[in-house]
Write a protein that binds this ligand. Structure first.
Ligand code: SF4
Length: 220
């Protein structure tokens, strides 16, 4: 794709946003939760694991440990057993308990509402922090860049960066801030259903005419 000015890129992004909004009007976080603590734990568990799998283990996990204070006192072997099927369960058990302790001891039991504070919580790197801020508090301090957002931002020539953080910075420049939260939800849906990693279903893609990716499997 030829060199594009920031203004032109913003205009193109506007068209992409309009198509995404029309295609995925109800896109939302697929992790079941009823408060910020539960979402934080579920998001930590979702690393290298499907949301469906996480949703299978969280009901019992939250029944036994309904608050950060309760989770902070959990026995690690019990936690490990409860989350075993999500993979990397030893590390994840340490992370969710570490997160619960930090929230209990330093934030009065409430998941903090700023990115700067959230990224000090064990297991909560920038992506997790952005998920919690956006979904639980409606606060857009950044853009969630998971594997789907990373891949599709490249395919749509919205970003070139080779790290999630670099892609996030590029997206923050072209997306209006009031779209930072919904854009990620919609792109994640698009990545799961149509713009899949191995063989994107370009013949079914509503963004096809706006996409010039070399990965395209079909062109109109
Ligand atoms: S046209 Fe293909 S590669 Fe481009 S966004 Fe759509 S599915 Fe992905």
């Amino acid at each position: 794709m030829a060199k594009e000015s920031l203004e032109a890129k913003k205009q193109r992004t506007g068209k992409i946003i309009a198509v995404l909004k029309k295609t995925y009007p109800d896109a939302h976080c697929a992790l079941n939760h009823s408060n910020a603590y539960e979402l934080l734990v579920a998001t930590i568990l979702s690393a290298q694991c499907t949301d469906v799998r996480v949703n299978m283990v969280t009901p019992e996990l939250f029944r036994r440990f309904p608050t950060a204070a309760a989770m902070a006192k959990a026995k690690l072997p019990e936690l490990e057993e409860l989350i075993r099927t999500t993979g990397f369960f030893r590390n994840k058990a340490k992370s969710i308990q570490g997160a619960a302790k930090k929230i209990t001891e330093q934030f009065g039991g409430e998941v903090p509402k700023t990115l700067a504070e959230l990224i000090t919580v064990p297991g909560a790197a920038r992506k997790t922090a952005n998920v919690v801020l956006g979904v639980s508090y409606g606060l857009a301090e950044g853009v969630v860049v998971d594997t789907h957002v990373f891949r599709i931002a490249h395919r749509l020539s919205l970003a070139k960066g080779d790290t999630a953080q670099a892609v996030e910075q590029e997206l923050m420049k072209v997306l209006p801030q009031d779209r930072w939260i919904s854009f990620s939800h919609q792109v994640i849906h698009h990545g799961r259903q149509i713009c899949i990693a191995r063989k994107p279903k370009c013949e079914q893609c509503n963004l096809e005419q706006l996409c010039h990716s070399k990965d395209k499997t079909w062109s109109s």
